[in-house]
Write a protein that binds this ligand. Structure first.
Ligand SMILES: Cc1cc2nc3c(=O)[nH]c(=O)nc-3n(C[C@H](O)[C@H](O)[C@H](O)COP(=O)(O)OP(=O)(O)OC[C@H]3O[C@@H](n4cnc5c(N)ncnc54)[C@H](O)[C@@H]3O)c2cc1C
Length: 411
């Protein structure tokens, strides 16, 4: 049975940044990914020629420093593609495009802003804090649908401190970027020529104790490790830990998860008259948001991913609504793809639960990384991956040497 210093379960942003950090000092690291591709929520759909369209996450920022540092280690910073500055529009009930600013009542904003800005975000929901910032009318008309578009779910009950957290920027990188072949290319680049090994098509089934470490069964792999990183969605983590860490698993199972339904379409550039846009915001519509390929324009094709609310429209209904918004015919669509996305939906009470989980694992050779403990963005995930990797590495110094490391040391 092969032994590793670290096994990382999950090959999304959290897992790959963790693996990069853990492998830096020469430790042996294996990443096990259930699906046949890396990326998780970052899913770049490659259609024809050089065309790709994001079915999941679409934008990264230069404040995602730990992600960029990992990419720099692979020597691939030059493959970042800056995103052109194009705006967002609301789609009104009667199908018009409306600028977000047209929804802002400046008088109401001016009344609230001077006091709203200085209230603590901790312990307040998004609805509470942002209504206090710009007024309830502005929150309802502008911010609530805009945040729902970003999060692909209602954002009202979200912890306010999860949004717009300030992080140091890597100023040498573009402020907003994607990657050659789409954002998924960035995660693939982290794994190419990396000092860790990756196995795709290897869903972890069971984790059991093996001495002071763990034994993992995943796909056709049966491996042991000294320390373990779980970089899987929260409900998967709860299931995998049910027997081993029941107190942790019980708390994770209490974090709600919501789904959204993505449908991407690609059509010839001349078939829609929509102006270049980064995206559209639905307002009480069947979709939360639309993400476009326009920030990285293509000569002949345009692409749109609609993030639909779950269970509202069937396949034909989605195609018809997309055609209506684009002012095109469904027969104009050259390619159509569908996928489901799932994200955690924490409430304000989440901080307490997250604190309890972290306290339970403080001295354990197990790290939980992902988008359900301190923020959803790729940057939040990367930040958490680094914090937990550093914790495990310092714990490693206090653990008894494993058979594998003992052999290396003797050699
Ligand atoms: C539609 C959408 C748009 C978004 N847009 C943005 C954006 O523009 N910018 C931004 O910063 N963030 C965005 N986000 C959020 C961000 O993309 C995610 O929160 C982040 O990528 C999550 O990364 P992760 O590695 O923690 O989890 P995931 O990406 O969910 O990765 C978990 C991985 O674990 C694997 N896995 C599951 N079960 C097992 C198992 N049993 N064994 C092995 N592997 C398993 C999965 O296949 C997956 O690859 C968006 C999210 C969505 C859904």
């Amino acid at each position: 049975m092969e032994h590793f210093d670290f096994i990382v379960i999950g090959g999304g942003a959290s897992g790959l940044v963790s693996a990069s950090r853990l492998a830096r000092g020469g430790c042996s690291v294996r990443v096990l990914e259930a699906s046949d591709r890396l990326g998780g929520c970052i899913q770049s759909w490659r259609t024809e020629g050089d065309f790709w369209l994001e079915l999941g996450a679409h934008t990264a920022y230069n404040s995602y420093a730990p992600l960029l540092e990992a990419l720099d280690e692979r020597g691939r910073l030059e493959d970042l593609l800056p995103r052109e500055k194009v705006g967002y529009r609301f789609v009104t009930a009667d199908g018009r495009l409306q600028s977000p600013m047209a929804r802002l009542n400046f008088f109401e904003a001016a009344l609230f802003l001077p006091f709203g800005l200085f209230r603590a975000k901790a312990g307040r929901s998004v609805a509470q804090w942002f209504s206090g910032l710009l007024g309830q009318g502005n929150y309802r008309r502008l911010l609530a649908p805009a945040f729902a578009a970003v999060l692909s779910q209602r954002a009202d009950d979200f912890p306010a401190e999860w949004l717009f957290r300030k992080k140091p920027r890597m100023k040498s990188a573009p402020r907003k970027y994607t990657f050659t072949g789409g954002l998924q290319g960035l995660l693939e680049a982290l794994a190419e020529g990396a000092p860790f090994s990756v196995k795709t098509g290897a869903p972890a089934r069971t984790i059991t104790r093996e001495g002071t470490g763990f034994h993992v069964e995943a796909g056709d792999e049966s491996l042991t490790c000294s320390q373990l990183v779980l970089a899987v969605p929260v409900d998967v983590a709860a299931r995998l830990l049910a027997d081993l860490y029941p107190e942790v698993a019980r708390r994770l199972a209490g974090i709600p998860v919501v789904a959204s339904e993505a449908m991407g379409v690609v059509l010839p550039a001349g078939k829609t008259a929509l102006p270049p846009l980064a995206g559209l915001i639905g307002d009480d519509d069947s979709f939360w948001s639309v993400v476009t390929r326009d920030p990285v324009p293509h000569n002949t094709l345009r692409g749109y991913t609609f993030h639909f609310r779950p269970g509202v429209l069937d396949h034909a209904g989605k195609l018809a609504r997309i055609a209506q918004v684009l002012g095109a015919q469904t027969s104009d669509f050259l390619h159509v793809a569908e996928t489901a996305n799932r994200l955690p939906a924490p409430g304000v009470e989440h901080a307490v639960l997250a604190g309890e989980v972290l306290a339970l694992l403080e001295r354990e050779p197990l790290a939980l990384v992902g988008n359900y403990l301190n923020g959803l963005s790729i940057g939040d995930c990367a930040e958490r991956a680094v914090i937990e990797s550093e914790r495990l590495l310092s714990l490693k110094a206090h653990l008894a040497p494993t058979a594998a490391t003992a052999n290396v040391n003797e050699a």
